[in-house]
Design a protein around this ligand. Sequence first.
Ligand code: ZN
Length: 332
Amino acid sequence: MSRYDRQTRFQPFGEDGQTKLSNAHILVFGAGALGTHIIDQLARMGANHIAIIDMDIVEISNLHRQTLYDEEDAYHLTSKVQAVKEKIKKINSNIAISAYDVEVNSSNIEDIISEVQPDMIIDGMDNFKVRFLINEVCHKYQIPWVYGAAVGSKGTIYGIDHQGPCLKCLMQTMPETGESCAINGVLPPIISIVASYEVAEAIRYLAGKGFSKQLITVDAFDINYKAMNIDILKNKDCPVCENQEYDLLNLKKDNQIESMCGQTFLFRLPKHAFDYANHFPGNVIKSTSFAKLIQYENYEFTLFKDGRMNAYGIQSDEEAQGIYHTLLKSIR
Ligand SMILES: [Zn+2]
């Protein structure tokens, strides 16, 4: 019996859908909660060409919702893309995974797209700035993509193609970062629901049936579901899908300090910071060739080899500024 017998017996998908899925190049942004669920399903279903992008390492607080990872990955500060590659190889050895352990930004996203040549992009991010960047790049290169988000017990899913309303039409301004999982928490069941709907939209599209053309919202605690027809949501003045203004894509420089989820900040330090981490105040408590964990007073830092740093336990923008400059000064 064929490995994919149970899914090809489902006629609306069938052998034809299977062939299309196995030939498609799928790019997944993020290998966190949504990303791992998405990649797991795609790999099991026989999506033979998957590319993933994620810049983080596995941490113990990821394990309650991020499948594919285990305690050993967290202990060894394994990079998420590396851990995913190893797990997927065991699940389905036919899958070719290309992995990018980089921070996605306006300076590298077009290079990645031209390397991967994706037929479909799936959003597994928890960051609206990157989602709007994906929205622009997908419109520019006419790549269909599936947006998915989960916070608390609520989730939203939306498949976006070149004709329909884009993400910018739906949300004209960036949502406050307050709507983030680090502040509001996130319940694991909503992750699997959102990821499954994202995969469902993607395989529908790849099988030639198009997206559902619905904006779906689900609540995994109040237990309810809403689907809204998206035709009315098109903004006739949308800068992205009506006027081809790709402001984020054209903005080639990133901020040195960025507020992330909750009390977390992203610092962009010079690349040599990784080699000079011993000069920072505080102690390097764990170190691999990919990442270093540093404890300084009540703060925790994860420093990556490209100079990026996740800084935890910071209460305000001013405090973040102060710490960033203290760190910068110590490695000059
Ligand atoms: Zn639009």
